[in-house]
Design a protein around this ligand. Sequence first.
Ligand code: 1CP
Length: 351
Amino acid sequence: MSQLASPITLTARERLLNALLGRPVDRVPVWLMRQAGRYLPEYQAVRKNYDFLQLCKTPSAAAEVSIQPIEIIGSDAVIIFNDIMLPLEAAGADVEFTEKGPRINNPVRSFEALSALRSTPIREDEPIVRTIQTVRERVGPDFPVLGFIGAPWTLATYWVEGAGSRNFERILGLRWSNPEVLDALLEIVTQVALDYLRIQIAAGANAVQIFDTWGSILRDADYERFSARWTRRIIESVRGMGAPVIFYMNGSAPYLPTLDTLGADCVSMDWRVSLSAARAALKTPASLQGNLDPLTLYSNPEAIDAAVADIFRDFPPRPGHVFNLGHGILQHTPVRNAQSLVEAVKRHGAC
Ligand code: 1CP
């Protein structure tokens, strides 16, 4: 912004943290949700040696794929390679990954199922701790490292459905037939998610993101009870630990008044609503993240440049914006286009 005419020199870590907290930056930083993943041949090359869960639990390999997007597409932050399902294992979930995504072989739909669970506490030496330390050794102290968890509601969705779902009949049915089971399950998943977040921050994550991917299947009137209050509890518990919290929900536009009450430092928007409209609807968070349609990356560098310029026309570069996609990068994204996006943000995002 013009009042920052005097040049400021920031490390990548300061740039991201300042942006998240609405403090002065030289340019808008950029990273991409799911930036470590199947669109990268280098990821595929590592992945073929491990099944997915094993890859998450092997710190040297997980650290390597976490860092790939920094080297290959020039992203301004590392997000630790892991998955939102991992902490559910400690709570007693039998988690498996198939071609179609996660599966939980002991779905919870009753108090009987809940009482059959065998749980162990999240350990201080979970593999993710070593992964974060290894990433830190490789990127140094001046590069930002992001940790993450799934929001309790999104975790409960997988656990009740047993897998991804089209209509979410089981969990939305349970909401009416036996909501107390949901309350009890949410209590359990909130605890493991919080513990999993704490060990990531203690290991050196500079900021953390909470993914409420399935929050928008709830009626607005139910969002407080089944999602917001649990997420708020997590955010309150990590406040003061020195890691800003980013909150992401797909389809969040109708829920913005509730999201305003979560206490997140940054709200990450999908592509359905402009950042200026989101800014106008929210009072509290210091910053916004998002909101490029991931399918933009199925086009070409010129179209991507124009789409980035469009976002900055609507929401001019300023402290308080972290550029990102509106949801995870898609598997068939050409690597060249992901690189073009990062270059375009660096070109257009000077503050
Ligand atoms: O075959 C493979 O290699 C597995 C594909 C894959 C990857 C690369 C899965 C299975 N998970 C991941 C990593 C992952 N998952 C990260 C890594 C860090 C990054 O680069 O961003 C993150 C942040 C996640 C988070 C995650 N997992 C979410 C929330 C984010 C979102 O996209 O909404 C969700 C919903 C999951 C569940 C999951 N795990 C994997 C898949 C394919 C899915 C989604 C399945 C579904 O749509 O229901």
